[in-house]
Design a protein around this ligand. Sequence first.
Ligand SMILES: [Fe+2]
Length: 188
Amino acid sequence: MKSIAGFVSAMHELFALELDDAERWRRVGVLLPMLLDDPELRASAKDWPTTQYANAATNLLFYEDPECKFVINGLVKDPHAATPIHDHAHTWTAYGVIEGSERVLRYTIAEGDGERAVLAPAGEYTVAPGYVDVVPPHEPHAEIAGEGRTVAVIVRSERVGGFPQNMYDLASGRIERRPGPTSIPHSL
Ligand SMILES: [Fe+2]
């Protein structure tokens, strides 16, 4: 697909620059509309299968970069599907929706020893078409899909699923480590 090729080449130019990760990923967020606004990609999203039900998540894998390691994923949530509070471990994530919307609740770790954590709410906002969310490493958050089918395009700094991510239980403070979503190769 043309938009994927154009985005990958823009990503290679971006990764060739000397930047700190926060600035690099801010700029990935600026590039993401190359995918989100592409009519061909949006048309194909109508047929993407659901990847996230109640608490079980997978990601469609559209592209994995052999050199820079970033991946392009798709995520389709059923109405009202909610994730547990989790982080994305050491990875960066740029996240935008092309259909539907979801509420994101962010937290900071007020107190913690790696096994347990006291979380403090750190903001809540809606990710709707036209808004790109950039999620830094190790930041706890939860995502709650809205009324309709929610379709997201995600660019991650590497493929997830092969390393543990933290899942937080708000009431007990317990942290559980589980592998992130399994990637399901999907050609566009
Ligand atoms: Fe997340």
